[in-house]
Design a protein around this ligand. Structure first.
Ligand SMILES: [Zn+2]
Length: 509
């Protein structure tokens, strides 16, 4: 509330003149419109309602994800509150920041005016921002940044940023910040010790909940990072670079298959990359359901011994049945207890021209109290720590140096970008329904570069339905009635997604 008052005060002071709090927009028809621009956290924001009032159209909510939507003429703009990408008629724009809600307003990044309005208004748009924002906090001169050895960390900085992503059969740990590239990594028994000679790690310990790496611990006042390895750990590799100052440590599990293995897929799947695929049946909506793990890869184990791979398959079959009942074609990436390399799962979804890829998993954490669902979607932001820098490195060095891992991340970024907003919207819908079912509030949708979703051509989400390591949830998960409820929730989310995207109705039987 105080914030509103402050903002109002600022706007009242600045509104009359085209100063810090406004942007002047010259429309394609030559008219000029002025909109208020609020400064929040040092960036410019525009209230969507006010923008719609000034330029026409209707601001509302996406029924599936509850994301802000602006409909203008024949155009539909979907602002994600989860990613910095905005979709205009399905085309993606990078607006630099995700939309946000505050005090009854949906704030969209000011940058949308320049990148988005020409598409929405069907013509060239000139945007003149007000005078530079009021005295910014003095920024350090750009040139005075000699890499300081063991420099005291600025108060605001978290030190070296740690980014850990856990995939079914690999764990990536990324460190970026002063001295990160000089990290030394060595294995000491069941622990991978990362030593940072210059900077310090920001943040604290965290559970990884993977059979490859169980936990990350910060030691030595932030100068050491200890990765507690799991029984599934096989090997690790590192790649680093100086500018930006980053190191990536990839831990691989016993079931690891390199992405280039796509060619050796089971019938159908492997041909995805090269061979002709079956034509898309007009009006048919296809969902690829991917039960996590399988075969020798058991995934997580419940206290009672039930394996993630079996529960994931049971759930997948129920989801498939629910979808088929609703007239949706469901394709499973595995129907039995078989091991299928991750990349072949994606290839199978691509091959079948799936409209959605839904990967099903059960979570695990050493903290047995951890509970609830988590839904992941692929996001450019999540991989930024990795891919942007790795891409720059590849472009500079020519040979990449990071192997297939590096390459697949970069490729993913190109392939998946087009589905980010749709993927996050579907993730929101699924998470909303599962939260209701599991009675959890504290978990939500998350962004991560999972290998299984890399290279998917369609909106793709990975759902960790509940925690197998939580005795209560494990018991629930084994209950067929509960499985049926989960399946119904997932199928309903997908049905909503389908209707919302105005898929033509299935052909009459
Ligand atoms: Zn899993």
């Amino acid at each position: 509330m105080r914030w509103t008052a402050a903002l109002l005060a600022v706007l009242l002071l600045l509104a009359p003149a085209l100063a810090a709090g406004a942007a002047e927009i010259v429309l394609p028809d030559g008219r000029t419109v002025t909109v208020e621009v609020a400064s929040i956290d040092g960036a410019g924001w525009v209230c969507l309602d006010k923008l719609a009032k000034a330029l026409g159209g209707t601001a509302g909510r996406d029924p599936l994800s509850r994301y802000p939507v602006w409909t203008v003429g024949k155009h539909r703009v979907l602002f994600s509150t989860a990613t910095a990408m905005t979709s205009v008629d399905g085309k993606l724009l990078n607006t630099g920041k995700a939309a946000r809600e505050k005090d009854g307003c949906i704030w969209i990044p000011e940058s949308f005016l320049e990148v988005g309005l020409p598409m929405v208004l069907d013509g060239p748009v000139k945007v003149r921002s007000g005078a530079p924002s009021p005295p910014p906090t003095p920024a350090p001169p750009e040139s005075s940044h000699p890499a300081p050895p063991v420099a005291p960390l600025p108060k605001e900085e978290a030190g070296i940023a740690v980014d850990a992503t856990v995939a079914a059969d690999r764990v990536r740990i990324g460190l970026c910040g002063t001295g990160a590239s000089q990290a030394q990594v060595r294995k000491e028994g069941e622990v991978l010790v990362i030593t940072l000679p210059l900077g310090r790690v920001g943040g604290g310990d965290r559970d990884l909940g993977s059979g490859i790496a169980r936990r990350l611990e910060v030691a030595g006042e932030g100068r050491n990072l200890r990765v507690l390895l799991g029984a599934g750990f096989r090997e690790y590799s590192t790649s680093s670079q100086k500018s930006p100052d980053c190191v990536a440590i990839v831990l691989e599990g016993a079931g690891q298959v390199v992405p280039s293995d796509v060619g050796a897929a089971p019938p159908g799947a492997g041909a995805a990359a090269t061979a002709a695929r079956p034509a898309k049946v007009q009006g048919q909506f296809v969902v690829a359901i991917d039960p996590g793990h399988g075969g020798t890869d058991t995934g997580a184990l419940a206290p009672g011994g039930v394996a993630e791979k079996d529960l994931a398959l049971a759930l997948a079959k129920r989801v498939a049945a629910a979808l088929e009942k609703a007239g949706v074609r469901a394709v499973l990436t595995r129907e039995g207890d078989t091991f299928i390399p991750l990349t072949q799962r994606t290839a199978l979804a691509n091959y079948n021209r799936a409209d959605v890829l839904l990967s099903l998993h059960l979570n695990a954490s050493p903290a047995t109290s951890a509970k609830g669902a988590e839904t992941f979607f692929m996001s450019k932001e999540a991989t930024d720590l990795w891919s942007r820098q790795l891409a720059e490195k590849e472009n500079a060095a020519g040979d990449g140096g990071g192997g297939t891992d590096t390459l697949s991340l970069v490729l993913w970024n190109l392939a998946q970008t087009q589905s980010i907003v749709e993927s996050s919207a579907l993730a929101e819908a699924i998470q909303g329904r599962l939260n209701g079912l599991l009675g959890t509030k504290e978990r939500g949708i998350r962004q991560a570069p999972f290998v299984v979703l890399e290279g998917a051509e369609m909106p793709a989400v990975l759902v960790e339905v509940a925690f197998l390591s939580n005795p209560g949830e494990a018991k629930q998960l084994e209950d067929p009635a509960f499985q049926e409820q989960v399946a119904a929730a997932l199928a309903a989310s997908i049905a909503d997604f389908r209707t919302r995207n105005d898929a033509p109705p299935p052909p009459a039987p």
